[in-house]
Design a binder for this molecule. Structure first.
Ligand code: KG4
Ligand code: ZN
Length: 339
């Protein structure tokens, strides 16, 4: 097999990342410059600041990715870039940079859907993994179940009707005074808590019909906020670990139930986790148990490939490259790009 090098850029939110991946599966470099400390003092991502930071950092990050991979722009076969979904000003920095590189070097340009990238992170982490499978994509902005029939054949089975799972984690964490992004802090606090302490709602559980593979987390978010407010009003001491564990259990229960049902519906024997919330320890452990009982094999990436990174974008771009799915210089950022 001739060697194919993909250089990819990811700037959809608050990480500026560039990576070089060989033949779609081998990471030669994956440079991630996080803006988290910058946004932390505002309690969330400030879009204007994110775009400005991407502009300041993107070229350095590309240079580092090439240097660490021991390659040059001349040796790269294709350039992949996230063009949505995400923050428009942030996406545009990556898209404009990738278009400039593609034009100047006369190399193919490939526009990548960020959510597909998250799923493909599993191909980097697991050499043996091949389609078909069902993927649960759980990130700060999305909660979706996808049937990946083949590398370039993805079918959306269902998604959230309101908040994303990660968004719920971050909003609850904020009222508990944890830093942004709060998901990992809730994960940690929950380890000390009792997941059955408070019976928070499990939305759409057991629902058939159009909500069979749909999610809703805004009711759960309100229930947790009400619980915290009314306990404070009554002057009761709140056990943060118990609230964290009970909230997390409500999210994880629904995610697991729907993922197992989706695998059965799609007739696959493999499931994969993707997106930032895939780093959640309870989700990984509980889903592994549930999958095992059903004879399903579970795959998930290591934490560094769960959150935003350009290696996953390069992996996705490689399979689009093989399928001849190229973009032209009219490629634009699409903030609400669907799967
Ligand atoms: O995929 P990602 O890096 O960005 C988006 O594309 O949205 O996901 C970030 C999300 C945040 O909401 C963060 O709180 C959540 O992933 N997250 C976690 C954990 N680690 C990251 N949520 C729960 N438990 C974790 N361990
Ligand atoms: Zn993401």
């Amino acid at each position: 097999m001739t060697q194919s090098l993909t250089l990819a850029l990811e700037t959809s939110c608050d990480e500026t990342s560039a990576a070089v991946v060989m033949n779609g599966r081998t990471i030669l470099s994956n440079i991630i410059s996080s803006q988290v400390p910058t946004h932390q003092k505002f309690g969330g991502v400030v879009p204007e600041i994110a775009s400005r930071k991407h502009i300041e950092t993107v070229i350095t990050v590309v240079d580092q990715a090439l240097a660490e991979a021991g390659t040059t722009l001349a040796d790269v076969n294709a350039i992949g870039v996230t063009y949505g979904p995400g923050l428009v000003g942030a996406l545009l920095v990556g898209v404009a940079t990738a278009k400039a590189l593609s034009f100047a070097l006369n190399k193919p340009l490939i526009g990548v859907n960020h959510l597909e990238g998250h799923i493909f992170a599993n191909f980097l982490a697991h050499r043996e993994l091949e389609p078909p499978f069902v993927a649960l994509v759980v990130s700060g902005g999305h909660t979706s179940l996808v049937h990946l029939k083949d590398y370039n054949e993805l079918v959306l089975l269902g998604q959230t009707r309101d908040d994303a799972a990660g968004e719920a984690f971050d909003k609850i964490a904020r009222v508990m005074n944890f830093p942004y992004p709060g998901g990992p802090y809730i994960d940690n606090a929950a380890k000390q808590g009792n997941p059955s302490a408070i019976a928070f709602p499990r939305a759409f559980s057991g629902k058939a019909g159009e909500n069979k593979f749909a999610f809703s987390f805004s009711g759960l978010k309100s229930a947790v906020l009400n619980h915290l407010n009314s306990a404070a009003q009554r002057g009761e001491t709140i056990s943060i670990p118990d609230v964290a564990a009970s909230f997390q259990a409500a999210v994880v229960d629904v995610l697991i139930m729907k993922t197992i049902a989706a695998a059965e519906h799609a007739g696959v024997n493999q499931i994969v986790l993707a997106g930032g919330v895939a780093a959640n320890s309870s989700l990984k452990t509980e889903l592994a148990l549930a999958a095992g009982k059903q004879g399903l094999t579970l795959f998930y990436p290591p934490p560094v490939l769960c959150t935003d990174n350009a290696a996953m974008i390069a992996c996705r771009a490689h399979y689009q490259y093989l399928a001849g799915e190229f973009a032209d210089l009219n490629l634009n950022a699409v903030p609400s790009l669907k799967l």
